[in-house]
Design a protein around this ligand. Structure first.
Ligand code: CTP
Length: 408
């Protein structure tokens, strides 16, 4: 993963909600992502968690209102606020939201929020009735108009025992949102990338399908890397259990035909199409409407070719100019470079990523890949064995160079 949070100074404000225990997980995730996390707990947060909880996961001091009146109290909040790259308040109670909206400064967190010049993200957590109360809604509206990022709350089980709106969103989702805040001025800002991932499934009958072993990991890693560089990402995915990278618009598809439709709908105005999906090449001509039974004997399944998506997109590009860049993948078990080069030309690509799937540490289902990048101008660049995240970063890095120099 691109280390966009590396050495970023993040202030995490924790207020008095039962969701405060989840804030420890968020602090841990931010720290693991490379951020320097300073935590400020309100007095009511101390009813649920302790400074030690946070110090243990961040390796840094956690502050309380006692620090407001300590020896350095008068400068503490200014120092914390001024040096922060981002202030996150999670969970944010109705009370703290009201204080923020009105600019009150009666605890260390709110004083710091007033002194801070960095962006503010809040994750409300409270009972559904409190959240929907006009007072809370009006406070949130004030914060929204001040460009505060408000994430959640989510619906689900509440501490009151009832179900409804008011839960703090999960720490992983908050981490995703934090990454988006730091990536929004990246080199791909203003560019939309369409990325396909995973294998397609071509039905034989309602329960069986022709598919392949693609996990989708490489395509999802590309989507995350593109988001981290500030791109807007449309992720078109075949069936996979992988979670959506935060901020991507995901379109789930099953067959090659569905994927073609989704790709054609997404590419107008797109800067690039990255076809990491393993599209099935053949499909049953007549899928059975009912489950095929053994009594009928061994079935003969007649196949036809699926549409070649890159081929059709290349035609569209020739007519419309979109997408500006086309990147393909070639998973080969023999004559890797020859086959890949042939596909690069036949599909009129700017770049193809050749992947030797006969190696046990590259290709399907594993976390690593060993690829060679082949460019339309004949250049070849072999990358060593690396994680699929690193492969994704390298590919995006090359794409950024092409886009910014206007070549390709
Ligand atoms: N591809 C596509 N549409 C298809 C099949 C493949 O757009 N119906 C794309 C893949 O997503 C990949 C590239 O074409 O980016 C190469 O895919 P690959 O399966 O290696 O090539 P094929 O053209 O299908 O050739 P073959 O399977 O015969 O090697």
């Amino acid at each position: 993963m691109i280390k966009i949070l590396d050495k970023k100074h993040i202030l995490l404000g924790v207020t008095g909600s039962i969701a405060a225990y989840k804030a420890a997980d968020l602090a841990s995730k931010l720290t693991q992502a490379g951020a320097l996390v300073d935590v400020i707990l309100t007095t009511s947060a101390l009813q649920f968690v302790t400074p030690l909880t946070f110090q243990s996961v961040t390796g840094r001091r956690a502050y309380t209102d006692a620090d407001l009146w300590g020896g350095e109290g008068h400068v503490q909040h200014i120092g914390l606020g001024k040096s922060a790259d981002l202030l996150v308040i999670a969970p944010a109670t109705a009370n703290t939201l009201a204080r923020l909206a009105r600019g009150l400064a009666d605890n260390l967190l709110c004083v710091t929020a007033l002194a801070a010049a960095c962006p503010l993200l809040v994750a409300p957590a409270m009972d559904g009735g409190m959240y929907l109360h006009p007072a809370t809604q009006a406070n949130l509206e004030i914060l929204r108009q001040r460009n505060v990022t408000i994430i959640g709350p989510a619906e689900g089980h509440l501490a009151s025992g009832l179900a409804g709106i008011g839960r703090m969103v999960e720490p992983q989702e908050l981490l995703n949102q934090v990454r988006l805040i730091f990536s929004r001025n990246g080199p791909l800002r203003g560019h939309r990338l369409v990325i396909t991932a995973a294998g397609t499934q071509e039905p034989i009958d309602p329960v069986r399908a022709i598919t392949n072993r693609s996990s989708g990991k490489q395509g999802f890693a590309l989507a995350q890397a593109a988001l981290d560089l500030g791109a807007e990402v449309t992720l078109i995915a075949g069936p996979t259990s992988l979670g959506t990278p935060g901020g991507a618009s995901r379109v789930d598809v099953r067959t090659a035909e569905d994927m073609l439709e989704a790709v054609l709908a997404a590419i107008p105005q797109a800067t690039a199409l990255l076809m990491a999906a393993a599209v099935a090449d053949f499909r049953p001509i007549h899928p059975a409407g009912q489950k095929i039974k053994k009594e009928g004997g061994i079935p003969q399944i007649h196949l036809e070719q699926t549409p070649d998506i890159l081929h059709l997109v290349a035609q569209m590009k020739a007519e419309t100019g979109w997408p500006r860049y086309m990147v393909g993948f070639a998973a080969e078990s023999q004559q890797l470079l020859e086959n890949a080069r042939q596909k690069l030309q036949a599909k009129r690509l700017d770049l193809i990523i050749a992947n030797d799937i006969s190696a046990s540490d590259a290709g399907f289902e594993v976390d690593t890949n060993r690829v060679t990048l082949l460019y339309a101008d004949g250049r070849a660049e072999a990358l060593g064995l690396m994680s699929k995240e690193q492969v994704a970063e390298q590919i995006l890095d090359r794409l950024v160079s092409q886009i910014t120099t206007g070549s390709g």
